[in-house]
Design a protein. Structure first.
Length: 447
């Protein structure tokens, strides 16, 4: 058996697909219809831009990880008489499609859209018919993965789940089977939320949190605190099923999950300590223009590299040539230091001529090639120091540096809500290019 930790840490869709196939065969689901459903899912996600290159939480890797965890847990549950062989195909298909939204405008899943696809896609309908799977039960399981499962939301969703359970010939006149599928849906919902957090170290867990935050347009300030809230909700409000799912997984995966939860909580504690020192000890930030002798210092570059790597991957501009870009005389750079201009570096702002950057497809800035626009890379700040106005100070200093060098415009990326608030404050933002689902938009401002 492949080591699941090594398998899922790598986030390789091919290896994941093969391991899911292995679990299916081990549990008697060896007909080709199951392989076809699995391959069709991968094809759909890849062809609709939701494959491994999609930097959102709900991509093909997430779907395969949840499917793997759900089936692995179901395998243990079946050995203890809680699940039966007939449950496997339903968990399998519902897990694969629980987040599928081909018209995705936001990364947050729309379970209704996933259900609509399952009920209307002709090819999937044919595959499900060959496998003897009732799509109404798939719909019921997918709806149960709705999150958050609050009182008002759950009341509405449970009514819809009951409708689909009543449409199925398997559960229509059997209350015990209805209750069984409700619990199966709850099991899937918790497996969905435990998912990849049980399948890797904290570096992987933080990457998942960053993907979720980036795709949902969260400010970095909220990444850790919302992650902690997420786990507290899971451990407290779904305690019974959470313990049940974790017990069904290998020991090392249980350990990984709890280690990652504790790591987020410790990081949140550090954030609170940092905020306390800034507020009560009156610690100050100082934005500092960094001159070339210091920018050539290997230790200085190493510090900036570490901070740069904390950014979500799509925001790490010049990643491969980061050191060279820091030392480039055309690069504008300032840092955020704690206490004074020689204090510890906790952030930086960096950029240069717009023509020196390869921007994402879809951006057609008419100023490109005129050499009158500076590009400001996404501000980088150490985890724990976001939300203390240091980013704004660096951005303003960067704009002053750019203006002193003769640039007429500044271009960058920012959250859509942030751009709107700047427009309302009277900033002369004259060009924007929106991007969904992450709502991290390109803009240009007159200096």
């Amino acid at each position: 058996m492949i080591d699941p930790l090594l398998l899922l840490q790598s986030q390789d869709p091919v290896a994941l697909r093969d391991e899911i196939q292995r679990i299916l065969v081990t549990n008697g689901l060896d007909r080709t219809c199951y392989s076809k459903i699995l391959d069709y899912t991968v094809e759909l996600f890849e062809s609709n831009g939701l494959g491994v290159d999609y930097y959102g939480y709900h991509n093909i890797i997430h779907e395969l990880e949840v499917t793997y965890v759900a089936l692995l847990g179901a395998q243990w549950e079946s050995l203890h008489g809680k699940f039966v062989k007939e449950d496997f195909p339903y968990l399998f298909v519902a897990a694969l499609f629980h987040d599928y939204d081909p018209k995705k405008t936001a990364d947050k899943p729309h379970e209704e859209d996933a259900v609509k696809f399952v009920l209307t896609d002709k090819k999937l309908h044919s595959l499900l018919r060959d496998a003897g799977i009732d799509e109404n039960l798939i719909a019921a399981l997918i709806l149960r993965t709705t999150y958050p499962w609050t009182d008002q939301i759950s009341l509405t969703v449970e009514k819809n789940i009951d409708e689909y359970l009543s449409r199925s010939n398997i559960t229509n006149y059997d209350d015990s089977k209805k209750e069984h599928f409700r619990n199966l849906g709850w099991f899937l919902s918790v497996a969905d939320r435990i998912g990849g957090y049980a399948l890797g170290d904290f570096a992987k867990a933080m990457e998942m949190a960053q993907k979720n935050a980036h795709a949902l347009a969260w400010h970095p300030y909220y990444i850790v605190r919302r992650s902690v809230s997420y786990f507290e909700d899971l451990l407290n409000n779904d305690a019974e099923m959470c313990q049940r799912v974790l017990r069904s997984l290998p020991k090392e995966m249980r350990k990984n999950f709890m280690d990652n939860v504790l790591s987020f909580m410790k990081l949140r504690e550090q954030e609170i300590q940092i905020e306390a020192s800034l507020v009560y000890d009156n610690a100050k930030f100082v934005s500092t223009i960094e001159l070339m002798p210091r920018r050539r210092d290997p230790d200085f570059i190493k510090t900036l590299t570490q901070i740069h790597e904390e950014l979500p991957l799509p925001l790490q501009f010049k990643k491969e040539e980061f050191a060279e870009s820091v030392m480039n005389p055309y690069t504008i750079l300032n840092t955020l230091r704690l206490g004074n201009e020689n204090g510890p570096i906790v952030g930086f702002a960096k950029g240069g001529p717009l023509e020196g950057y390869k921007l994402r497809p879809g951006i057609s800035d008419p100023n490109y090639g005129i050499s009158n626009t500076v590009f400001l890379e996404p501000i980088a700040i150490r985890m724990g120091y976001w939300g203390q106005r240091g980013g704004r100070e660096m951005r303003l200093l960067f704009a002053m540096q750019a203006q002193a060098k003769g640039y007429k415009y500044l271009a960058s990326f920012a959250l859509r809500d942030v751009i709107s608030s700047r427009v309302q404050r009277g900033e002369q933002i004259e060009f924007t290019k929106p991007f969904n689902p992450e709502r991290w938009d390109y803009y240009r401002i007159r200096l």
